[in-house]
Design a protein around this ligand. Structure first.
Ligand code: SF4
Ligand code: SF4
Length: 441
């Protein structure tokens, strides 16, 4: 019924990344079309949206004669429309409801998405790679404990790595960086390795509720069986699902995103930034699922702003108005063949800030923005795109090398390579162990 409140101001459409890049999606039109159908078929009857002829001449008892599937599948679920709407119409929820109908009732979804569904069903991750490879990255970091789901959980934190952090080459480096930073700060953590399944986020966001629940219930059973209480994750999609959606299935955990956790470790002194510097101009790209979906905007900026030498600048569209990378809403698993690519649009804006480093806080943003920046012909030594944990670790390890007197040319050669050795401070008792940080901002 909230469609009735639409003032047709168009603010939602003005913020929509799909619309801005030429896709057949106009959120205002979605609201108006749904409103027209409601007006015609609702019981009790409702008034049509302002400016819409009450006497609808098209057959309006079937919403998909008014809204085309192409519109629905173009959405990145970035929530920019909801954020912009002055009368709080829940536009994204309507799109996701329609996706659920198309996916579950009509099996009407983009062909490529079928591959991701099969991979999640058969391999428990959308990459379709073997679960036995999940913890391969951990072999390059000393001392990462992989727990057996049959045993009680004997650590303070479960580090939920996520599928991207486990299987995507760029993001495996993020996992290494996060693990090294946690170890360096004396955090008592472990990973699930092959026993961690996809949270089901891509399935739910694309309407496949059946597949989402299948994966989520298995994860909840494993986590509850082990007695896991506290989870830290580097993926805003995992974060959102574990924190906000698993309680619907009985899974209740204290979940923090790595940006919040790293901020807390820095604030409490567990992670020492003495001498850590980046002589760079840096711009942070807001993740939709961290920002608009969970209201976390400042933690990544505050952590990176604590580094010496760094100049943190903002893109024109930032914070609540940040432009999506184009991968959300399971768009990561669909072709983008119409209009300009959303990640190209965003990469141009970020590069135009003159930044020499771009920081992300989401594995999908990392992939999309890095691809966009490389597509502009910018190489690693001109614009370094990486997750905030990688930037942070590079600054800390550069300080380590400077302190140890490593010649500059060796330090430079290592700039884009994360060091393999675990910091000497790893495992130095429990003195620096952190309790759970605050979960907002
Ligand atoms: S959620 Fe984002 S992509 Fe989807 S309609 Fe709203 S603004 Fe457009
Ligand atoms: S922002 Fe809200 S009120 Fe304005 S057109 Fe969009 S749905 Fe209607």
């Amino acid at each position: 019924l909230d469609t009735d409140a639409c003032t047709m101001c168009g603010r939602c459409t003005a913020q929509c990344p799909a619309h801005l890049t030429g896709k057949p999606l106009d959120p205002r039109e979605i609201v108006l079309k749904v409103g027209e159908v409601m007006a015609r078929t609702g019981d009790p009857a409702t008034s049509p949206p302002i400016g819409v002829d009450a006497d609808i001449t098209v057959k309006a008892d079937w919403v998909f004669e008014r809204v085309q599937p192409e519109e629905i599948w173009a959405c990145t679920s970035c929530k920019a429309c909801d954020e912009a709407c002055p009368v709080n119409i829940e536009i994204l929820d309507k799109i996701l409801d329609m996706r659920r109908y198309l996916s579950l009732m009509e099996s009407n979804f983009p062909t490529e998405l079928g591959g991701a569904y099969r991979a999640m069903e058969n391999s428990s991750n959308p990459w379709g790679l073997s679960q036995s490879e999940r913890a391969a990255w951990a072999g390059r970091v000393e001392g990462v404990d992989i727990v057996d789901p049959g045993d009680p959980f004997a650590h303070e934190y479960l580090y939920w790595v996520g599928c991207a952090g486990s299987f995507d080459d760029k993001n495996k480096r993020v996992s290494e960086a996060v693990a090294k930073l946690l170890a360096r700060a004396g955090v008592d953590f472990a990973i699930l390795g092959p026993s961690e399944l996809c949270t089901g986020d891509p399935a739910r966001r694309s309407g496949n509720e059946y597949l989402f629940q299948m994966l989520a219930k298995q994860n909840v059973a494993a986590l509850d069986g082990m007695g896991v209480k506290k989870i830290v994750t580097q993926c805003p999609h995992c974060f959102n699902t574990l924190k906000n959606e698993y309680p619907q299935l009985g899974g209740n955990y204290e979940v923090v995103h790595h940006s919040q956790f790293l901020e807390w470790l820095v604030e409490t002194g567990a992670l020492d930034l003495e001498g850590a510097r980046l002589e760079d101009r840096l711009v942070y790209h807001d993740s939709c699922y961290l920002g608009r979906h969970n209201d976390i905007y400042e933690a990544p900026r505050r952590v990176l702003g604590r580094l010496g030498g760094v100049e943190v600048v903002e893109a024109p569209r930032n914070g609540t108005k940040g432009l999506c990378c184009g991968a959300g809403g399971a768009r990561m698993w669909m072709e983008e063949s119409i209009g300009k690519k959303v990640n190209d649009e965003r990469a141009e804006e970020l590069v135009e800030t003159g930044a020499t480093r771009i920081a992300t806080a989401c594995p999908f943003c990392y992939i999309m923005i890095d691809d966009g920046v490389k597509g502009l012909g910018k190489e690693e030594d001109e614009v370094r795109v990486a997750d905030m944990a990688i930037h942070l670790l590079e600054a800390i390890e550069t300080a380590d090398r400077a302190q140890a007197g490593t010649p500059t040319f060796i330090a430079e050669a290592r700039r884009s390579e994360l060091a393999i050795l675990t910091p000497e401070s790893e495992g130095e008792g429990d003195g620096g162990r952190a309790a759970l940080p605050p979960t907002t901002g």
